[in-house]
Write a protein that binds this ligand. Structure first.
Ligand code: SF4
Length: 302
């Protein structure tokens, strides 16, 4: 019987008891759940990573303008801007996270890791990590496996869906997956991986889901970029053995508690936050009119 990903403490104990790595325990779980073998699981993840890399490339090369007009090639603008605010690597990280998410907003192919709304975070962080540290795709896949284990626990104890737990559950969980994956890929210990997750959750707690016009565009796209940077800052903190103080399982509990007490207007209903601003409402009306105009006559409501 494999480990069922109920909490982080149990995951660590299981790996130590069986003397296996975090990544191996996820493979074990996946094999049992899917009735597949290790090679098939790894091949599937390599394919998923190649879709992530393609999304980054597409977002940086192709025209990325959404039907609503709210998304208009932001990733390319960031990538090509002559003024670098921090470092070229940081500029690339931000533009890559934006790029993959813009592909999603423009109806392109992405990996929902863990959701489509957060689909720029793992591509942005992993492609940048790979480039900076000259890692192979196989090494990145090991990080993705650990990220999957992290998501399985958050799903059990809190949520991965904006409609259930707010944006902390979507972009927050993706950032936690990415942060744990970064630490794991760089040789961090189990405790360091879990500290990265704890610190990331602490940074993302309370974030509401308030998509303008109900479209997964604003603020979703820019939140993928900020979540990608938080993943790296948390990984840096964790690798230095800074104490997260609140253990990772309790951070996840807090995320669940905050999500449960969040009003429904902050859970993907587009009735609160940025969606409810004057401009947000004007955009919502415009998008609705646009949608009605493109409906063929026979599909118009009576
Ligand atoms: S604001 Fe809502 S829809 Fe947008 S990424 Fe966050 S959870 Fe997803």
């Amino acid at each position: 019987m494999c480990y069922l990903f109920e909490n982080f403490k149990g995951w660590k104990d299981y790996c130590l008891d069986k003397n296996i790595s975090l990544e191996e325990s996820v493979i074990e779980y996946e094999c049992e759940e899917k009735g597949a073998n290790k090679e098939e699981i790894l091949a599937g993840l390599l394919k998923a990573y190649s879709v992530m890399k393609d999304a980054v490339k597409t977002g940086l090369e192709k025209d990325m303008k959404s039907n609503s007009g709210m998304i208009d090639n932001g990733a390319k603008k960031v990538f090509n801007h002559p003024l670098t605010v921090l470092s070229p690597e940081f500029q690339k990280l931000i533009s890559r996270a934006l790029a993959a998410k813009e592909v999603n907003s423009c109806m392109g192919r992405v990996v929902a890791a863990p959701t489509a709304g957060a689909s720029g975070i793992l591509p942005g962080t992993m492609v940048t990590l790979q480039e900076i540290h000259s890692l192979s795709d196989e090494q990145i896949v090991k990080g993705l496996l650990v990220g999957a284990g992290i998501a399985l626990i958050i799903e059990q104890r809190a949520s991965l869906a904006g409609a259930v737990g707010g944006c902390q559950a979507e972009t927050g969980s993706a950032a936690a997956m990415a942060s744990g994956a970064i630490v794991y890929c760089l040789g961090g210990s189990i405790d360091q991986v879990f500290t990265a997750v704890a610190v990331t959750i602490q940074c993302m707690l309370g974030l509401v889901c308030d998509p303008v016009a109900g479209l997964v565009e604003v603020p979703c796209v820019v939140r993928n970029a900020s979540a990608a940077s938080i993943a790296f800052s948390s990984a840096q903190i964790a690798l230095a053995n800074v104490n997260a103080v609140i253990p990772v399982d309790e951070c996840v509990e807090a995320m669940g508690e905050i999500g449960a007490s969040m009003e429904s207007k902050y859970k993907e209903t587009a009735m609160g936050g940025l969606a409810a601003t004057l401009t947000g409402q004007e955009i919502s009306k415009r998008v609705l009119i646009q949608d009605i105009e493109i409906l063929p006559d026979e599909e118009l409501p009576e």
